[in-house]
Design a protein around this ligand. Structure first.
Ligand code: NDP
Length: 446
């Protein structure tokens, strides 16, 4: 049977069981396309039916979150935790608060997380969770009460050896602090149940910066493979959140010109490159919930309402906003603008059409499960530090982060090398799959 027939048979079953779950089906298809013949060729994997098992999360809990707003009105939101696979370690993955969050998005994120975590080389399973709560326009007190109400429901399902959530979109260090305190009060224990904690209560140095910095380290490894370096390269970045601003900061520090950051309203364009002060201003706006439409006089960028970052002529693109943010038209603009490397800071930021155009246009693309693994890698280091109750210095963690990103690059390159080029997506899928599949196959039918 050909790979395509195997894939279509497999996906037919998955589609029947997950009707309409577009993002989840998209992510499963990408991984299955690269690994289905590997499973077939490997008797242990085939017998264990690894892919069929991974196409279904271990479990998914859904709960109601009831909280009170500042006007004493009762508000009701939905909360979820998807525990995808604990084959190689406790479930691990972020919490997202976003009004557009759906079970399909969470299932796709948890599925991707399992392979990403395997690539880090650390003993971490995969999970993801969150709520359709929208923090925009909410007071600090309301967000805190929401976090407490959310944890009241989530606490029975997590634990330091069971499931260790972290932050994601709209869940930063502040929210993790509130979530951690709520867990601590309920469980009557102080443990490393969440990562991304403040440094004063068990957080790791460099956790906040890790995804963005790690993305730049991975990009540097991609460039080194071609005998190039990042200094002097023009880079477009989307998003203005944690990943985007830390990637921008690190790229600028390495001598690159970061010409864009963006949000849902439009794009900040700096043809000569943003400065570290400009990035700090963007970060302060994001933290204050303010928009970036009106940069201060000292900023050498202008805001273009409704524009995308991908219309600029750049060498490198780093999409760092959200899933499916970059469509076919934007991908064509990137190709036409001369981009040669794209490394994903966000999870699955390209639509299927964009993936095709980028590949045909000769852009080398690193998938998020490899290039944005720095955040979860430092979360893994935070778990180790919590267990041994000793903390590493910022320099030590940064050195470990760089080493982990370079090791992921080497692993992915080994599996993805085809003639003179590297298919990073295929390499990441195969390397992550093998690690998880070995564990699943060794554990029998359970
Ligand atoms: P943040 O909440 O800090 O920032 C996300 C930003 O993206 C927001 O400012 C939002 O703008 C902007 N945005 C959303 N949609 C679009 C769009 N279509 N076009 C342009 N901008 C948009 O999130 P993070 O930085 O933490 O996460 C970003 C991505 O990285 C997500 O895919 C996440 O899953 C992934 N990731 C995050 C990790 C982490 O450690 N934080 C780890 C690994 C992956 P607005 O303000 O207008 O809403």
């Amino acid at each position: 049977m050909s790979r395509d027939s195997l894939l279509e048979d497999f996906m037919h079953e998955v589609e029947l069981r997950n009707p309409g779950e577009t993002e989840f089906l998209q992510a499963v298809r990408h991984v299955a396309r690269d690994t289905i013949t590997i499973e077939k060729a490997h008797a242990d994997y085939a017998q264990a039916r690894v892919l069929a098992r991974l196409a279904k999360p271990d479990r998914m809990v859904e709960f109601r979150v009831t909280w009170q707003d500042d006007n004493h009105e009762i508000r009701v939101n939905r909360g979820w935790r998807v525990q995808h696979s604990n084959a190689i370690g406790p479930y691990k993955g972020g919490l997202r608060f976003h009004p557009a969050l759906t079970p399909s998005v969470l299932k796709f994120l948890a599925f991707e997380q399992t392979f990403k975590n395997a690539l880090t080389g650390l003993p971490l399973g995969g999970g993801k969770g969150g709520s359709d709560f929208d923090p925009r326009g909410r007071s600090d007190a309301e967000i805190m009460r929401f976090c407490q109400a959310f944890m009241l429901q989530l606490a029975p399902f997590i634990g330091p050896n069971r499931d260790v959530p972290a932050g994601d979109i709209n869940v930063g260090t502040r929210e993790i602090g509130w979530l951690f305190a709520a867990y601590k009060s309920q469980a009557h224990e102080f443990s490393g149940v969440l990562t991304g904690k403040g440094r004063s209560f068990g957080g790791s140095a460099v956790r906040v910066e890790a995804t963005g910095w790690g993305l730049v380290y991975f990009t540097e490894a991609m460039l080194a493979e071609r005998g190039e370096e990042i200094a002097g390269k023009r880079i477009a970045i989307s998003g203005k959140g944690n990943v985007a601003t830390h990637a921008a900061e690190k790229a600028i520090a390495c001598g690159a010109r970061v010409v864009t950051l963006s949000d849902t309203a439009g794009t900040l364009v700096a043809p000569d490159g943003l400065t570290l002060d400009d990035v700090a201003w963007v970060r302060a706006c994001k933290q204050a919930g303010a928009d970036i439409t009106d940069p201060p006089g000292s900023c050498n960028a202008t805001f273009h309402e409704g524009a995308s970052p991908w219309e600029q002529e750049v060498d490198i693109a780093l999409p760092c906003a959200t899933q499916n943010e970059l469509d076919g038209e934007m991908a064509q603009a990137l190709v036409d603008g001369g981009a040669r490397i794209l490394a994903e800071g966000a999870n699955m930021p390209l639509t299927d059409e964009a993936l095709e155009i980028v590949a045909k246009g000769g852009i080398t693309r690193a998938p998020g499960k490899a290039s944005n693994a720095g955040g979860v890698a430092v979360s893994g280091l935070e778990m180790s530090q919590n267990s041994r109750r000793r903390f590493a210095s910022p320099q030590e963690v940064d050195d470990d982060l760089r080493e982990i990103m370079e090791t992921i690059h080497a692993r992915v390159s080994r599996e993805g090398r085809e003639g003179g080029r590297i298919d990073y997506s295929r390499g990441a899928n195969i390397a992550g799959f093998r690690k998880v599949a070995d564990a699943i196959a060794a554990m029998g039918a359970i």
